[in-house]
Design a protein around this ligand. Structure first.
Ligand code: NAD
Length: 246
């Protein structure tokens, strides 16, 4: 199993791509710290993963409360020594430049940039001391092509690519790789419930593979970047988009 002996912290693990990561990483033998603000979905994911391993620690909390996050992480047993960090949690607040207000803009930057930076600052020093670590940031195709009416989200996801490449430059000499994954349209509960069919179809029409991704297809790429097989890949912003937007 490719991730045996490692411990991954996955944010936004309660559903969608984060949940798929939790399941794929469990199958590959990793111990997991799973974080989500939704206690019900998180508990269900933890239950499913615990059928295969007891090395699962679910933490139900709002990541944007950085003080609380820090305290909760202080209380995590040293047997969960995180050496793989998957910054996946996110949300969107659509709006054009004319309509987006500052609070909405800053909350989107907060979850996609401040939270990943906080977690990187928290776990990178130990990864560097141990001379092994993996950080995978979940960005978006919108981070490279922008999105009409997606000013905050696109800016945040582009920023996350810049953060990824900068940390990769710092940490490479200590054998810590830092990469971003850029999903295209992916069949997650939020997309299924919140995106209009007409808009989905437009993206599918622009996607050479002509379909939406399943969350597992993104999670398997994240697991690959976390594995030993990806030992010489760092500072990459890898589209997992069926060819959309590249
Ligand atoms: N689904 C797509 O088409 C798509 C495309 C490109 C990028 N992405 C990115 O992939 C990542 C996962 O997307 P998804 O579609 O699986 O999302 P989702 O909305 O289905 O799930 C996100 C999870 O994150 C959790 N979360 C959100 N804010 C949180 C907070 N403050 N504290 C703790 N937990 C929080 C939610 O409770 C939820 O369980 C996101 O960063 C998203 O921007 C998704």
């Amino acid at each position: 199993m490719g991730l045996e002996g490692h411990t991954a912290l996955i944010t936004g693990a309660g559903q969608g791509i984060g949940r798929a990561c939790a399941e794929v990483f469990t199958d590959q033998g990793a111990a997991l710290v799973l974080i989500d603000k939704n206690p019900e979905t998180l508990e269900e994911v933890a239950r499913v993963c615990k059928e295969k391993t007891d090395r699962i620690l679910p933490l139900a909390l709002d990541l944007t409360d950085l003080e609380l996050l820090g305290k909760e992480l202080d209380g995590v047993s040293s047997s969960f020594e995180v050496d793989i960090l998957v910054n996946n949690a996110g949300f969107d607040k659509p709006g054009t430049t004319g309509k987006i207000d500052r609070e909405a803009f800053e909350s989107v930057l907060g979850i996609h940039l401040s939270v990943p930076l906080f977690l990187i600052q928290r776990f990178l020093p130990a990864m560097r001391s141990r001379k092994w670590g993996r950080i995978i940031n979940v960005s978006s195709i919108y981070g490279i092509i922008g999105g009409k009416g997606e000013v905050a989200y696109s800016a945040a996801k582009a920023g996350l690519i810049g953060l990824t490449k900068s940390v990769a430059r710092e940490a490479g000499k200590d054998n810590v790789t830092v990469n971003a994954v850029l999903p295209g349209l992916t069949r997650t509960p939020t997309i299924e419930s919140a995106m209009a069919e007409k808009f989905k179809q437009q993206i599918i029409n622009d996607t050479p593979l002509g379909r939406i991704a399943e969350p597992e297809e993104v999670a398997k790429v994240i697991a690959f970047l976390a594995s030993e097989d990806a030992s010489f890949i760092t500072a990459v912003a890898l589209p997992v988009s069926g060819g959309w937007g590249i």
